[in-house]
Write a protein that binds this ligand. Structure first.
Ligand SMILES: Nc1nc2c(ncn2[C@@H]2O[C@H](COP(=O)(O)OP(=O)(O)OP(=O)(O)O)[C@@H](O)[C@H]2O)c(=O)[nH]1
Ligand SMILES: [Mg+2]
Length: 204
């Protein structure tokens, strides 16, 4: 049985991990390129359209946004982060990750897992691979989430995924947990919520 969401509420936005809510509950952050579907995925998971602000134009989420889930009974946090890779003028990728997001990821004590979202229609992007390497170096646990799978045919999706995994296995011996999702079609919800439920048990 996947985790049941009783309630979900926006708490606070800011640009410093120091100002984030008290680090007392399990926390999960959503990151990836601008427009990949982070905010939409959060809304799909908590079944509340409009909770996290979405937009067809990239660059919508600009701050660290905290949401509290199941406030009255075993609460946990979801965090919507600004996207990276959207700077028309910038050619190099590494410095596009905002300093405050990096600080947050490295210093936030209760962050149990980062969900890194990638668009299922694209082959592995340099900036995403660099970000994965950076997370491994910084000992951040992460999952890989393929988004917008409703835009692909099943056979296409299968071959795209196989190619993506193959490339990851050239870098590492094992793959991170992988989730196949569509916020549009509500695919992948139970799988991610079950993963969160299992991971929540780490913090008593
Ligand atoms: N077809 C389809 N469209 C999606 C899906 N998820 C998100 N979108 C669309 O993709 C666009 C971007 O979605 P957001 O959720 O705002 O993306 P984001 O990653 O939060 O973007 P930033 O905050 O700008 O970094 C919106 O137009 C969404 O409607 C999906 O599963 N399927
Ligand atoms: Mg967003």
């Amino acid at each position: 049985m996947p985790l049941h969401i009783h309630d979900a509420r926006f708490l606070v936005s800011n640009t410093s991990y120091l100002k984030c809510p008290e680090a007392q509950y399990p926390e999960y952050a959503f990151i990836g390129r601008s427009n990949v579907g982070k905010s939409s995925l959060i809304n799909m998971l908590v079944n509340k359209q409009g909770l996290a602000k979405t937009s067809a134009k990239p660059g919508k989420t600009q701050l660290i946004n905290h949401f509290i889930i199941n406030e009255k009974n075993k609460p946990w946090y979801l965090v919507d982060l600004p996207g990276y890779g959207y700077a028309k003028t910038s050619k190099s990728s590494a410095h596009q990750w905002s300093k405050f997001t990096i600080d947050y990821l490295v210093r936030r004590k209760n962050l149990l897992c980062v969900f890194l979202l990638v668009d299922s229609r694209h082959e592995p992007q340099k900036i995403d691979l660099e970000f994965m390497i950076w997370m491994v170096q910084n000992q951040l646990a992460f999952c890989l989430v393929f988004t917008k799978t409703d835009k692909l045919k099943k056979t296409q999706l299968k071959s795209f995924l196989a190619a993506y995994k193959k490339q990851l296995l050239e870098l590492w011996e094992e793959l991170p947990p992988i989730f196949i999702t569509s916020s549009e079609k509500k695919i992948g919800r139970d799988e991610i919520l079950s993963f969160i439920e299992d991971t929540n048990k780490i913090i008593p």
